[in-house]
Design a protein around this ligand. Structure first.
Ligand code: BG6
Length: 471
């Protein structure tokens, strides 16, 4: 649809930016924080560990002041479960509670709405030792942790996100061990989807508890949604794309919003003898917990074709690369799209497609909780970073959000990844996403000084004009 007049961004649109605790806080062993699983494993060769990260723990006031200078209306950050509960359950760490209280207060003082993710890829090591999401008690662990957050911060936090990218944890589980598997695991697929089920139940209970303990607050999920295109108009390719969309995207949102499983995935799991087993009360919990909005991370779309068994299936190398599933779909490259320096396809129009599709399916307001481009960057001699490619990337995506709003979709906000430079999940500090350069490398901590990049000043103008001036 071509629009002759564009609809303006809503006046209360939440222009923001995102981070996550383990990727930016550092202070990994400070003030009583318990280790997370990642702290105990060797980092990916050639990349840093997560012990110092961007040292947000010690720079939070300076960082939030920079965010305020940029004009951010919201800051999406995550709380480290093991900073609050070093053992994952039981004794609360007062220093941990205090840290996030100070971060929240600082945001509010600077006129920035905190948008809090409860769990972003950082399961406490103590809980991993107890089996992680493989332990049936994990549902209650998460609900108890959520309850502590609501009771301590619910007076100030109006927007909550439950689990970051549960779908990524699931589809990378086997290859990258994003879940903990029991020693004896005869049916790996069933185990993965059983753990997935527990997370879905935990999330539904956290939705319900939020509404009970924090009246007026809003809560949503935060999956990574990559709409899947069929490689051609061959009908079988469309079936493949529907399968891939169901498995990667809609399974998670169908349960979160409607409290029931996606039928395509249910049928596939049944055929594989991998259906999740419902504990007593699960069905009721899924039906009772409802989100108020949908948060989703968007980096790109994916493309696939029919898997007719004639060629090997593509293996995902990371969360944004198309993969294959025997008899369901075979991921392939999209010849119409360019790729980022780190090999991810770039598809701003795909963001409009994704927004329209999510809205058509769920009719809830949406906030984009991550979107951005990673690049290796150098500081110039005069302390600048000329990230024109990031400006071009974000501009193209914001234009498409504008078009989606004109299409009638309800958008609450946009939080690019990331507010400041931080450690990539598996490519270290050399893959930078921030509006603010943090002066360190993978193996040289330098002075950790902060330098606004060109994109910082550009985004400031975008926000000041409420999306009218995209430069
Ligand atoms: C998302 C995650 O998948 O993508 C973030 O929620 C992550 O934690 C971001 O950092 C970018 O991915 P990567 O692998 O480049 O860090």
């Amino acid at each position: 649809m071509k629009h002759s007049v564009l609809t303006a961004f809503p006046q209360d649109f939440l222009w923001g930016a995102s981070t996550s605790a383990f990727q930016c806080e550092g202070a990994a062993a400070e003030d009583g924080r318990g280790p997370i699983g990642r702290d105990l494993h060797k980092p990916v060769p050639g990349t840093t560990d997560f012990s110092v990260a961007s040292d947000f723990y010690h720079h939070y006031k300076e960082d939030i002041a920079l965010m305020a200078q940029m004009g951010l209306k919201t800051f999406r950050f995550s709380i480290s479960w093991s900073r609050i509960l070093p053992d994952g359950t039981g004794e609360v760490n007062p220093k941990g509670l205090e840290f996030y209280s100070k971060v929240i207060d600082e945001c509010i003082k600077q006129g920035i709405e905190p948008l809090v993710t409860m769990f972003h890829f950082d399961m406490p090591a103590a809980l991993e030792r107890r089996g992680g999401w493989g332990n049936p008690e994990s549902v209650q662990w998460f609900v108890d942790y959520a309850s502590i957050l609501y009771k301590n911060y619910g007076d100030r936090v109006k927007y909550w996100l439950t689990i970051n990218e549960q779908n990524v944890l699931i589809f990378l589980a086997e290859k990258y061990h994003t879940l903990v598997f029991p020693k004896e695991c005869p049916n790996v697929l069933q185990e993965i989807y059983q753990q997935n089920h527990r997370m879905l139940v935990a999330q539904a209970k956290a939705f319900a508890l939020c509404h009970q303990l924090c009246p007026g607050a809003k809560i949503g999920p935060a999956p990574n949604i990559s709409f899947v295109y069929p490689a051609s108009c061959k009908p079988e390719d469309t079936i493949a794309a529907e399968n891939y969309n169901a498995m990667r995207n809609w399974l998670y949102l169908d349960v979160a919003v409607h409290g029931r499983y996606n039928e395509i995935i249910w049928a596939w799991l049944k055929e594989k003898d991998a259906l999740p087993v419902f504990a007593p009360g699960d069905a009721e919990a899924l039906a009772a917990g409802k989100p108020d909005f949908i948060g989703f991370n968007y980096y790109n779309t994916l493309t696939c074709e029919e898997d007719d068994g004639s060629r090997p299936l593509s293996q995902a190398t990371d969360q944004q690369t198309a993969r294959g599933e025997s008899g369901m779909f075979r991921g392939c490259a999209n010849p119409h799209l360019k790729t980022s320096p780190f090999g991810w396809e770039i598809d701003p129009v795909g963001l409009r497609v994704t927004i329209r599709e999510i809205y058509a399916r769920y009719h809830l307001p949406m906030i984009i909780t991550e979107n951005g481009v990673g690049a290796a960057e150098e500081l110039t001699a005069d302390g600048k970073v000329h990230d024109d490619y990031r400006i071009a990337y974000l501009k193209a995506h914001i234009e498409q959000i504008g078009l989606a709003i004109a299409d009638g979709c309800e958008m609450m906000g946009y939080c690019p990844w990331s507010a400041i430079d931080l450690i990539s999940t598996h490519q270290g500090f050399k893959k930078r996403y921030g509006f603010v350069y943090v002066n360190r490398d993978d193996f040289d901590l330098k002075d950790l000084a902060r330098y606004p990049k060109d994109s910082f000043y550009w985004y400031k103008k975008v926000i000041a004009s409420n999306g009218e001036d995209l430069g």
